[in-house]
Design a protein around this ligand. Structure first.
Ligand SMILES: NC(=O)C1=CN([C@@H]2O[C@H](COP(=O)(O)OP(=O)(O)OC[C@H]3O[C@@H](n4cnc5c(N)ncnc54)[C@H](OP(=O)(O)O)[C@@H]3O)[C@@H](O)[C@H]2O)C=CC1
Ligand SMILES: O=C(CO)COP(=O)(O)O
Length: 299
């Protein structure tokens, strides 16, 4: 596995391409042509056996329908999110196009900016096929420590849910609610993440490790997070359109908040913080949400 094609040349695609170049021959492609190292056409990229997908979660289904035909590819899914329109997890979407034994999902605390700088990072390779996931671990550079897990759904829920709690973290920071409030949000957000995971057969320990707590602590506490910055903007009273225009990058928590709201209501799963984030994105006053979270009696 020493030739890799990265699909999606945004911040994460470019960071991963840079990381994989330590050990592999890497090409990269995207809708918009970019003057960057290794940029090739989509057709050329799809000739590679090893594919890394960084297309935003909300665009995956359409992209696969439009551009993808399985040719014994080994795919590493590096996006994080749950489909807003259906509540579908990424593995459900990819498995419509690719055998699950050819699919691996990347999770864990990883800001693209720090990966580009070669700073120490730890990630998890999640697949139903442990051998395939282990194969991917060999292409990562020495500054990225990788672990292997078979808990695909747990990793997906961790990576997606943390983006919604990160929006809450940014709101908390923007409203100057304090460190107690932020710690409580993160802790209770972890409880909600694990509660959702239990409903879908995830392993509890996944949420105590890199894919859950690790990524949540990172993203819900840092202005490097796009989702955290969405929360800051909401606290300032900006509209979501204004925030996303200024951001200029994807904030997966926005679509995932809608997906979690649908999943919560359809399956009667108690996800209070995620649901309040969705309602704030729909226009609810964040201070009203705070009051509702503090006053509700359900545990
Ligand atoms: N940035 C980070 O630190 C990390 C990001 N991730 C995840 O990686 C994924 C991508 O994030 P990131 O690269 O940072 O986001 P960016 O916003 O930086 O880039 C996303 C890229 O996807 C392409 N894109 C957008 N919409 C579509 C579409 N409808 N069809 C095809 N391509 C599209 C765009 O490139 P073009 O205009 O060329 O189409 C865009 O540049 C997300 O799921 C994110 O959660 C995971 C870990 C870390
Ligand atoms: O997934 C990430 C860190 O692990 C990136 O988080 P943001 O998308 O919020 O920037």
């Amino acid at each position: 596995m020493n030739k890799i094609a990265v699909i999606g040349a945004g911040k994460w695609g470019q960071a991963l391409a840079s990381a994989f170049r330590h050990k592999c021959n890497v090409v990269i492609t995207s809708r918009t042509k970019r003057d960057i190292e290794g940029f090739v056409s989509l057709d050329e990229a799809l000739e590679y056996e090893n594919i890394v997908m960084t297309i935003p979660a909300q665009a995956v289904r359409e992209w696969l329908h439009k551009h993808y035909g399985f040719k014994n590819h080994n795919i590493l899914v590096a996006s994080k999110g749950i489909e807003a329109s259906t509540g579908a997890f990424l593995n459900e979407i990819y498995e419509e196009f690719v055998p699950k034994s050819n699919l691996t999902y990347l999770s864990g605390p990883s800001f693209a900016k720090e990966v580009l700088l070669g700073l120490p990072t730890a990630l998890v390779l999640n697949s139903h096929n442990r051998m395939v996931a282990t194969g991917w671990s060999e292409v990562f550079p020495d500054f990225i420590k990788t672990y292997v897990s078979t808990d695909v759904i747990g990793a997906e829920i961790g990576g997606a849910y943390k983006n919604v709690i990160a929006i809450a973290g940014g709101i908390c920071e923007g409203l100057k609610l304090g460190e107690n409030a932020r710690a409580s949000l993160i802790s209770r957000g972890l409880v909600e993440m694990a509660r959702l995971g239990r409903e879908f057969g995830a392993k509890e320990e996944t949420f105590l490790s890199l894919s859950g707590a690790g990524d949540l602590f990172l993203t819900a506490s840092s202005k490097l997070s796009r989702n955290f910055r969405v929360g800051l903007g909401l606290a300032e009273g900006k509209t979501l359109d204004e925030i996303l225009k200024e951001l200029g990058e994807v904030a997966e928590g926005v679509g995932t908040a809608k997906a979690l709201y649908t999943i919560s209501k359809t399956n009667d799963i108690y996800l209070p913080i995620a649901n309040e984030v969705y309602e704030i994105l729909e226009g609810k006053d964040p201070m009203e949400s705070l009051k509702d979270l503090l006053n509700n009696r359900r545990r």
